[in-house]
Design a protein around this ligand. Structure first.
Ligand code: WTA
Length: 633
């Protein structure tokens, strides 16, 4: 939605809250439906039961592809920049993308895929990853993308939970100087996944892989078969607005990651609307989101949001520091990027190299900047604004979550005033509230509390896969009739929102969500570990680092080696992204008489602030705290 001025935003916002159904029906009208909905919204946050655009029929890929063919068929849909700057980039027009998606949809069908099947995707950041998502959506299969940094065990957990029957992967993937053995990791995962009948393997790194007869097929061979069959089209499956589009697993404060479920109609409307609104995208602009499609940001703002709006979406295979810390800026100059959307952790990491990597970079094509994933500290905000935006590009800090589907609180580029460190004001249709510990709504400005949303929006999660009760207890039971975000938040005198971070046991490490309980479970799998407690601590680059207090009385080797063994264990169980930054061996953990670990104390010690640990008298063994303090890293 194009918004002309701050005044206009205020009007639109007011209408959107006063008449939400009319507002969202108007937005939904800008999309292509096979059949319009009968009812805009039905909801209660008790069960919860949330249905948007009921009775509506559509296919999201007709919105991302077919509807653009006559108007912008020759426009670049995806520009792909490889990891190695020496390799040639690729440009895929909307027409070409349409053809490739149809081809691969036929491949999926030939390999037994049906509407409603769950398909696991574990791939590097190559255009075929976007093609795989869209092909699943085209045939009505539900994709479950697993980020390339997760271990075989994590993949197996996710495949089993969703009972996937097909896996799409690649021989390997390039990320910086590393070459990740994706197929080999999949092979390890599949040992415990009997539901998987087919594995489709894309060639990327040409690393040797095992190919199991009857199960494993090459992407390229399957495409050739489709070509010989002469199948160039694939009529999109007609989906109900509330049919599942995808599952994406994300960490919470307890247990294993849960499968957040998004549905076809609402998610499409919300990602398209927020992409267009937040960035005020103009048709000729080149837009570059540096996220990985393994996370929600890549789903919503590399694939579905930009493509439904006919944008040119730049996709980068590598990492910002390879082969040099000027890489992102080289890409900006190479493709005359107008909008760059990245993460505070990337900004901080690039900042740490100083100004040298910026020499001889033009960057004059840039007109808008975006940030996502964690609170952006003011230093990083100003660096991004001044050194990259040269002071004339609005910088939108977009707050949202996997469960939200799209942006919730964010400035609108060039429209709403900016405040460094603040996500700002809610987007139209979003109704945030702050509540105190007792669930009482905190009115007025200049206040802080826990951030909730009191009214549904089309992109919200509908359930957690296979376990609706978990969805209810996690998000809708803490405060009655509200969606609880898990974030703490401040609303300043002007009504601007500043997210202060998670208030639950979820860490945000380099923008990746990691549950402390998950890491503890992984550490406890190590044979000499008795128990452990994991907390976050401030980390200059990652935002938060992982600090593990580990009780490990019978170390069989020296401390350093045992630390490495524990790291390896975590990498095996979850993935390298969850490895602790610090491991402190302790003789015991501070526990209350009822056995509850006092994390508050551990957090303070991890932060290096031991001046006031608060009341320790309720501890079973207060002496343990002194030991931990003395051994702090
Ligand atoms: C945090 C990523 C402050 C927040 C899209 C949220 C942010 C969690 C911001 C969701 C931001 C994300 N400012 N905090 N702009 N964006 N967060 O599900 O704690 O990977 O709850 O979604 O990241 O992480 P997720």
């Amino acid at each position: 939605m194009k918004i002309a001025s701050f005044e206009h935003y205020k009007e639109v916002y007011k209408d959107s809250v006063n008449q939400p159904e009319e507002f969202w029906a108007g937005v939904a009208d800008t999309f292509l439906w096979r059949k319009k909905w009968d009812k805009v919204l039905e909801w209660n946050f008790k069960e919860p039961n949330i249905k948007w655009f009921q009775g509506g029929k559509l296919n999201i890929t007709e919105n991302c592809l077919d509807r653009h063919l006559d108007t912008i068929g020759d426009k670049a849909a995806i520009i792909w920049e490889p990891n190695d700057p020496g390799e040639h980039h690729r440009i895929i027009t909307y027409r070409q993308l349409y053809e490739k998606v149809c081809q691969f949809a036929n491949v999926l069908k030939n390999n037994g895929a049906q509407k409603g099947d769950r398909i696991c995707i574990y791939m590097p950041m190559v255009p075929e990853l976007a093609i795989a998502l869209l092909a699943c959506a085209r045939i009505g299969a539900i994709h479950s993308v697993v980020f390339g940094g997760f271990s075989a065990q994590s993949i197996a957990d996710r495949i089993q939970d969703a009972q996937c029957n097909i896996v799409i992967t690649a021989d390997g993937g390039f990320r910086g100087a590393k070459d990740i053995q994706l197929k080999s990791i999949i092979d390890d995962a599949l040992v415990t996944c009997p539901s998987v009948k087919k594995v489709i393997v894309l060639t990327r790194t040409r690393t040797p892989v095992s190919m199991i007869k009857g199960r494993d097929v090459w992407w390229e061979d399957e495409i050739k078969k489709v070509e010989t069959q002469g199948a160039t089209d694939y009529p999109a499956e007609e989906m109900d607005a509330e049919d599942m589009l995808f599952i994406l697993y994300t960490s919470g404060s307890t247990g294993k990651p849960k499968g957040v479920v998004h549905t076809c109609g609402g998610y499409m409307v919300y990602t398209g609307f927020t992409f267009d609104t937040t960035f005020q995208y103009q048709p000729e602009e080149v837009y570059f989101c540096t996220a990985d499609i393994g996370w929600i940001t890549g789903h919503s703002y590399i694939v579905y949001g930009p493509l439904s709006q006919g944008a040119t979406s730049l996709m980068f295979e590598g990492i910002p520091t390879y082969p040099s810390p000027g890489r992102l800026w080289d890409i900006v100059d190479k493709f005359k990027v107008n909008i760059i959307y990245t993460a505070p952790t990337a900004i901080r990491s690039l900042m740490s190299f100083g100004d040298d990597p910026l020499k001889a970079k033009d960057l004059s094509s840039l007109t808008k900047l975006g940030s996502v994933g964690e609170p952006i500290n003011e230093e990083a905000w100003h660096w991004f604004d001044e050194k990259i935006g040269h002071g004339h590009c609005p910088l939108v800090d977009t707050w949202w979550q996997t469960e939200n589907g799209g942006h919730m609180i964010s400035a609108i580029a060039g429209v709403t005033p900016l405040k460094p460190g603040y996500a700002g004001l809610p987007l139209p249709g979003v109704q945030p509230v702050l509540v105190d510990e007792n669930g009482k709504v905190i009115e007025g400005n200049g206040v802080s509390g826990n951030l909730c949303i009191k009214f549904p929006w089309p992109g919200m999660l509908r359930t957690t896969y296979g376990d609706h009760e978990r969805c209810r207890t996690t998000y809708f039971a803490t405060y009655p009739d509200m969606y609880f975000t898990g974030d703490g938040c401040l609303r300043d005198e002007d009504g601007y929102y500043r997210i202060t971070g998670r208030v639950d046991d979820v860490l945000n490490v380099s923008g990746h969500r990691i549950g402390t309980a998950e890491v503890e479970n992984a550490i406890n799998m190590h044979s000499s570990v008795v128990e452990s407690a994991v907390v976050g601590y401030p980390h200059d680059i990652k935002g938060q680092g992982v600090y593990a207090f580990v009780v490990c009385p019978n170390k069989h080797s020296d401390d350093e080696l045992t630390r490495k063994d524990i790291m390896m264990t975590v990498a095996r169980i979850i993935g390298a992204i969850a490895k602790p930054d610090k491991i402190q061996f302790v003789t015991g953990l501070p526990k209350t008489r009822s056995g509850k670990i006092m994390r508050r104390i551990l957090r303070k010690i991890a932060e290096g602030d031991t001046s006031n640990l608060g009341d320790t008298s309720t501890l079973l063994d207060p002496a343990v705290v002194e030991d931990i303090k003395a051994g702090a890293l």
